[in-house]
Write a protein that binds this ligand. Structure first.
Ligand SMILES: CC(=O)N[C@H]1[C@@H](OP(=O)(O)OP(=O)(O)OC[C@H]2O[C@@H](n3ccc(=O)[nH]c3=O)[C@H](O)[C@@H]2O)O[C@H](CO)[C@@H](O)[C@@H]1O[C@H](C)C(=O)N[C@@H](C)C(=O)N[C@H](CCC(=O)O)C(=O)O
Ligand SMILES: Nc1ncnc2c1ncn2[C@@H]1O[C@H](COP(=O)(O)OP(=O)(O)OP(=O)(O)O)[C@@H](O)[C@H]1O
Ligand SMILES: N[C@H](CCC[C@H](N)C(=O)O)C(=O)O
Ligand SMILES: [Mg+2]
Length: 489
């Protein structure tokens, strides 16, 4: 492809260098090959400018960087732009060209993965070839790939979108993390609609204030969605009002869902152990449906997903039928099994205060005994979450076991002590496997166990090493061991 065919490149650079052939693009010098465009980006740990020479040595033919960056002597042309991350995203979109016809993005502190998965499932049941992209990976009719980042970097993302189109996918739902929005990872995506779930405490290590965190999320509506695009907004969150105002101001077609919602109005919810009966009103019509998932928050996620599906052409009745057949996203209030007398054990991805509060509150109505929770907090992530989660666990659970969750470069005992400082009476069991074994062993009739924080994850990151570890596997094994002990006794 010629440089002139890439979007985002300033006209002056096109007039001088437009005929240059570009064979690929990247912001990581280690991935540069012959004929590549290299974007030298200032990051949180390093400055890509320092790797420009390395990129040229590996075959870069042009460098894009921010105005004012000091590159020194490099032997290839340099294009200076105001926002090189955005330029890279727009260029990547034009390089890979193809995107599914209907692309939607979901933002919010919690529920993105679930809503992306639910939207894909509702579309699929309505007959569309659909995909979801996010924390748990990429799912489409032809793949189920494990993922790492919630929102992939733009080059990887556009390569993936093209592959999905080539597989025949026409509809895709993706998560828009605040990091992803802030770092322009979605700027080249041709979005049909956007959605907002809620705003709580997370990532305060990255964003200076809650307002800045909210503003990063709002970029989806204020800068990325085209004028008039549907914005599905959950109406019952404390941050719904400012989000609705910003989306309206930006010219989006705001469609609200929830108890205070106009597009889909939630009227009644009756909880059962593993499902919920829900009544909603849509354009004067009453729907009574059974959602086969536990947890109030899943009703909220289901309505946002139904809203996205309806906004993109699925009739209301079909969207409601879709909700009745939903499968939870892996590791989200995921029932692993139960003890011999029926006490359930769940794995859940709550790794932030509001999520933990929600999940512990959600299981209380069907727990006649004790709520037991096992959790920890990740290292090298927002430290403010630690005492908050300690306090929430102590307030809402009867038995609290504090353990390790991806210590990364931090000292695990320090992370635990920061949680325990706000969790009087909690037990400390450093080893996560042992903590799960203990929790399962103490379960009695009527109890509910929640193992929170890692959800679908398949590894425990200690230092730079990722050791294989799955809460799902460990809980299943602990239940099996318990059964064997009971039988042997
Ligand atoms: C803090 C953060 O978000 N970092 C992301 C960011 O990296 P960065 O730009 O800050 O990178 P850096 O390490 O400072 O390096 C600066 C530049 O030098 C380049 N470099 C570096 C070394 C070298 O040899 N050559 C070279 O060219 C790097 O490629 C980079 O372009 O941009 C990279 C490319 O898009 C991401 O891979 C990287 O994600 C890291 C791995 C990460 O852990 N991110 C997490 C926090 C994250 O993004 N999470 C969100 C939200 C999760 C949620 O849902 O709650 C997500 O979307 O997953
Ligand atoms: N709508 C919601 N409101 C509050 N809590 C929720 C909601 N949906 C999910 N949760 C909680 O948050 C956890 C993560 O859910 P999910 O993976 O769907 O969210 P996410 O926004 O993708 O999170 P992440 O940013 O970590 O990828 C769940 O396991 C549950 O504990
Ligand atoms: N996407 C989240 C994942 C956190 C998962 C939790 N297990 C942890 O390690 O803190 C983040 O990067 O903050
Ligand atoms: Mg997610």
């Amino acid at each position: 492809m010629k440089l002139k065919d890439l979007n985002g490149i300033p006209a002056l650079a096109i007039s001088e260098l437009g005929e240059k052939t570009i064979r690929g693009l990247t912001s990581d010098s280690r991935q540069v090959e012959r004929g590549f465009l290299f974007a030298a980006l200032k990051g949180s740990k390093a400055d890509g400018v320092a790797y420009a020479a390395d990129a040229v040595a590996r075959g870069a033919v042009v460098i894009v960087t921010s105005r004012g960056a000091k590159l020194g002597n490099v032997s290839v042309p340099i294009i200076y732009v105001d926002d090189p991350r955005r330029t890279l995203a727009l260029a990547a979109a034009s390089f890979y060209k193809l995107q599914p016809d209907v692309m939607v993005a979901i933002t919010g502190t919690s529920g993105k993965t679930s809503v992306a998965s639910f939207t894909r499932q509702i579309w699929a049941q309505a007959g569309f070839a659909s995909a979801s992209i996010g924390t748990t990976g990429v799912v489409s009719p032809k793949r189920d790939d494990y993922g790492s980042l919630t929102t992939p970097d733009p080059v990887e993302l556009h390569k993936l979108l093209r592959e999905l189109v080539e597989e025949g996918v026409t509809h895709a739902a993706m998560e828009a993390s605040s990091h992803g929005l802030d770092q322009r990872r979605l700027d080249g995506v041709r979005l049909f609609a956007g959605a907002f779930t809620n705003l709580g405490h997370d990532h305060m290590d990255y964003h200076a204030t809650v307002e800045e965190y909210h503003a990063a999320k709002l970029r989806l509506f204020t800068e990325l969605l085209p004028k008039g695009a549907p914005a599905i907004i959950f109406a019952d969150d404390p941050f719904s009002k400012p989000t609705i105002a910003a989306a309206e101001q930006a010219g989006c077609t705001v469609l609200t869902v929830g108890r205070k919602g106009d597009f889909i109005t939630l009227k009644r919810v009756e909880h059962e152990r593993f499902r919920q009966h829900v009544e909603v009103h849509i354009a004067g019509e009453i729907f009574e449906i059974t959602l086969p998932l536990a947890g109030d928050f899943q009703v909220a996620n289901g309505l946002v997903a139904a809203g996205l599906a309806m906004a993109s052409g699925v009739p209301a009745a079909a969207a409601m039928r879709g909700l009745e057949r939903l499968k939870g996203a892996p590791g989200r209030l995921d029932l692993v099994g139960a003890t011999e007398d029926g006490a359930p054990a769940y794995v859940d991805y709550a790794h932030k205060p509001d999520a933990l509060e929600n999940v512990l509150t959600s299981v209380r109505p069907f727990t006649t005994g004790r709520v037991i929770v096992v959790f920890g907090c990740g290292g090298d992530r927002d430290k403010g979450k630690r005492p908050m989660m300690g306090e929430i666990a102590t307030r809402l659970a009867d038995v609290v076991i504090v353990t390790d969750d991806n210590p990364r470069s931090e000292v695990p005992a320090t992370i635990r002590s920061e949680i325990l400082a706000a969790a009087p009476g909690a037990r400390e069991i450093a080893d996560r496997r042992e903590a799960i074994q203990e929790a399962v062993a103490m379960m009695k009739t009527g109890d509910t166990l929640i193992v929170a924080g890692k959800g679908h994850e398949e590894g425990q990151t200690i230092g730079d090493v990722v050791l294989p570890f799955s809460d799902h596997v460990e809980v299943a094994q602990a239940l099996k061991d318990r059964l064997a002990r009971e039988k042997g006794a």
